[in-house]
Design a protein around this ligand. Structure first.
Ligand code: SF4
Length: 307
C-alpha cells in the first residue's frame, strides 16, 4: 500500500506498456519510427517509456531514442545471450545474486519506469507482476546468514518502482544486519522520471547511511532542469549519487569513436554533484550487443563471444 502523500511511481499516464499507448505510438510514428518493426520487437522485449523521457527525443535515432525505442537488431542480432552476467547460476535464493564473496545483488523490483534497450536483464524486466515482499525478505534473511557479505546492491528492475514505505521496509531490514556496511541502490529514475525523487523519498533514504545511489546518465541530452533538480535534491539530502554510466551510449546513443559526449556528460554530471565513478563495462547482453562501446584493442564482437 502507498503511504498517504506518496507519489505512485508508475502513475505517469505517458508510460507506454507492452500494449502501447496511442499517444506515444503516435509520437514515434510522427518521428518516422517504423511502427511495424517497433511492435515486432516489443512482442519479445517489452517497451515502456515515461512521457518525460519521450519528450527528450529530438529526432529519430537520437541518443534518447536509441536508449528507449525498440530496434530491430534486438531480435535479429545472433550475438546475444540471455544472461550475459551469468546471474542465474549464482542465485542461491530467488531474487539474490551472490557472485563475489563480500557483495550481493538484491533484486527488489521486476519493473522499471523505462525499459532501456541495452538492459542486460531483459530476460526479467517487465515480464512478471511486482516481486512479492515476502520473497525479498527471504533473500534478506540469506544476507543475514552470510556474514561475509558487506555490500549489497539493491537493484531490479528499478527499486524506486516500489512504494516509499516498501523501500523503507527493505532498507530498514538491511540496515539491521550488523555485518552489512554498504547499501547501494541502482536506479535510472533521476534520469528517466526525475519527479520520482521527492523530498519524502529522500527523507527515507538518508536514514540508512552509508547509502549510495548508483545512477546512470548516458548522454548530455539527459541533463535537464528536471534531472538536475532531482540530483540536487538527493545531494542536498545527503544521499550520494554515484555516476556510473554504461558505455552503451557511444555505440548507439552516440557516434562510435567520438569521445565528445563522454566528456560533456562527465562535465555536466559533476556540475550537478554525482561523483563520477567510472564506466560500467558489461559484456554483451541479450539483444544489446549493438549498444556496446568498441573498446580500443578489443577483439571484434564475434571473436569476443568465444571467451
Ligand atoms: S532501469 Fe536498469 S533494470 Fe530497468 S531496463 Fe534500464 S537498465 Fe534494465
Amino acid at each position: 500500500m502507498m503511504d498517504k502523500g506518496e507519489e505512485e511511481p508508475d502513475k505517469d499516464k505517458g508510460n507506454c506498456n507492452q500494449n502501447g499507448s496511442s499517444s506515444i505510438s503516435d509520437r514515434l510514428a510522427e518521428l518516422s519510427g517504423n511502427m511495424e518493426e517497433i511492435n515486432r520487437v516489443k512482442r519479445k522485449y517489452p517497451m515502456k517509456i515515461t512521457r518525460y523521457y519521450l519528450d527528450l527525443i529530438r529526432s529519430k535515432d537520437d541518443p534518447i531514442w536509441k536508449q528507449s525505442v525498440p530496434a530491430v537488431e534486438e531480435v535479429e542480432d545472433d550475438f546475444n545471450v540471455e544472461d550475459p552476467l551469468q546471474e542465474e547460476e549464482h542465485t542461491p535464493v530467488p531474487y539474490l545474486v551472490h557472485k563475489y564473496p563480500d557483495r550481493v545483488l538484491l533484486l527488489v523490483s521486476s519493473m522499471c519506469a523505462m525499459y532501456c534497450r541495452f538492459c542486460t536483464r531483459k530476460r526479467k524486466v517487465g515480464r512478471i507482476q511486482q516481486i512479492p515482499l515476502e520473497d525479498i525478505f527471504r533473500a534478506i534473511d540469506y544476507i543475514k546468514e552470510h556474514k561475509e557479505v558487506r555490500d549489497v546492491v539493491v537493484s531490479g528492475g528499478d527499486p524506486l518502482m516500489r512504494a516509499d514505505n516498501e523501500i523503507e521496509e527493505i532498507l530498514r531490514r538491511l540496515r539491521e544486519i550488523p555485518h552489512l556496511d554498504i547499501i547501494r541502490i541502482g536506479t535510472r529514475m533521476p534520469c528517466v522520471q526525475p519527479a520520482r525523487i521527492t523530498p519524502h523519498l529522500v527523507n527515507i533514504l538518508k536514514k540508512y547511511h552509508p547509502l549510495f545511489m548508483n545512477i546512470h546518465f548516458n548522454h548530455p541530452n539527459e541533463i535537464t532542469p528536471e534531472s538536475s533538480a532531482a540530483l540536487k535534491l538527493l545531494a542536498d539530502g545527503g544521499v550520494d549519487p554515484v555516476h556510473l554510466p554504461v558505455p552503451v551510449y557511444v555505440q548507439r546513443a552516440n557516434q562510435p569513436g567520438q569521445p565528445g559526449p563522454v566528456a560533456g556528460l562527465t562535465a555536466s554530471s559533476v556540475c550537478y554533484r554525482p561523483v563520477p565513478y567510472g564506466y560500467s563495462k558489461i559484456p554483451p547482453g541479450n539483444s544489446a550487443a549493438d549498444y556496446f562501446y568498441p573498446l580500443p584493442g578489443a577483439p571484434p564482437r564475434k571473436a569476443q563471444r568465444q571467451h
